[in-house]
Design a protein around this ligand. Structure first.
Ligand SMILES: O=c1[nH]cnc2c1ncn2[C@@H]1O[C@H](CO)[C@@H](O)[C@H]1O
Length: 321
């Protein structure tokens, strides 16, 4: 087999994060070399506990977990935790036992910098939560943005409403200053926004198939999905279907041909009622004056996704676990 892609997942698990982590672990194309944790769906301490627990469930306690920042990049402590989406434990309120393992001594940002310099340009970093750890690595180590091979991030709402409020998507809203640092860093970035992930839905019937299958991880997912399905039932008119944000992102990182993208500069609004808004500049217009987008490096922003194939791959990997 061709060399496996090295992957680090920065995550705030989270029900859809759990599924994304399992999908990566079930993909022979990639070697998950670590998880790093961040606040978002849960606080950072719980994110670390859940990351370790998910590795136990998947039978991979050998994979290191590095704990991330407990505050935003501007030292903000008023975090918005989405426990109403994922349950107070982040994993569907299932009273799971504490994990057996412990996080490593390095912080998430330190681990990211260490691994990127050990394996220059070889690592795909999949970012599923607010971008604080990655912004810290970019700010602390000038070589990080080129050493890290590729960043595939779930973030932004490009030309559509957000999911926190009409302006902002949850991961960017979690730390808008960090997101702006990452988007303008010059790293090789593919952003998957909710304009794309909202096309990827899992149905009630799919959940039943997961629970009826013999797949260990399929059964685990169907068990924790309850809270996530109820939240979607209440918050969206999706009729017994849930969005697969994180699974779509990790699969796009593993199989790049699932998405198409355009390239341009993305800036993040950090003030006022549109705090967390992501604004893409498509470079088709030469603006007469210098703007806050001028002379910034371009990123890739996903525009389409093969949603049926994402769902098919996700189901297959869980059922065969
Ligand atoms: O309504 C919401 N508010 C906050 N977070 C949400 C909501 N819906 C989904 N997510 C979480 O935020 C990321 C995608 O933006 C996903 O990780 C998802 O689990």
């Amino acid at each position: 087999m061709a060399m496996r892609k090295k992957m680090i997942i920065d995550t705030d698990p989270g029900i859809d994060d759990a599924m994304a982590i399992f999908l990566a672990l079930q993909s022979p194309e990639v070697e998950v070399i670590g998880l790093t944790t961040i606040f978002g769906n849960v606080n950072t301490t719980l994110a670390t506990t859940n990351a370790l627990h998910l590795l136990d469930v998947a039978g991979r306690p050998d994979i290191p977990v590095a704990e991330g920042s407990h505050v935003t990049i501007t030292n903000g402590t008023k975090l918005r935790i989405a426990d109403f989406v994922h349950g107070t434990d982040g994993l569907g309120n299932q009273n799971f036992p504490p994990p057996r393992g412990k996080p490593i001594e390095l912080s998430a940002a330190e681990f990211l910098m260490q691994q990127a310099s050990l394996y220059p340009e070889e690592i795909t970093l999949v970012a599923l939560g607010p971008l604080t750890n990655i912004a810290l690595a970019i700010q602390s180590d000038p070589s990080f943005k080129s050493n890290i091979g590729r960043i595939v991030l779930l973030g932004g709402a490009f030309s559509v409403n957000g999911n926190v409020n009409p302006a902002a998507e949850a991961n960017v809203f979690g730390d808008p200053e960090a997101a702006d640092v990452v988007f303008t860093s010059g790293a090789d970035i593919l952003a998957i926004g909710i304009n794309v992930t909202h096309q990827v839905l899992l149905t009630d019937t799919d959940r039943d198939r997961l629970s009826e299958s013999g797949g260990k991880l399929a059964q685990y997912m169907s068990r924790i999905f309850g809270v996530y399905y109820s939240y979607h039932h209440d918050a969206y008119a999706t009729k017994g279907r849930v969005y697969l944000h994180d699974p779509a992102t990790v699969l796009a990182a593993i199989y790049p041909c699932l998405v198409t993208y355009i390239e341009g500069v993305v800036r993040v609004q950090t003030n006022g009622i549109t705090r967390g808004l992501t604004v893409f500049c498509n470079r088709r217009k030469r603006f007469g004056e210098v703007t806050d987008w001028t002379d910034k490096p371009a990123v890739k922003v996903a525009v389409t996704i093969d949603a049926p194939e994402v769902v098919r791959l996700a189901m297959e990997k869980l059922i065969n676990s």
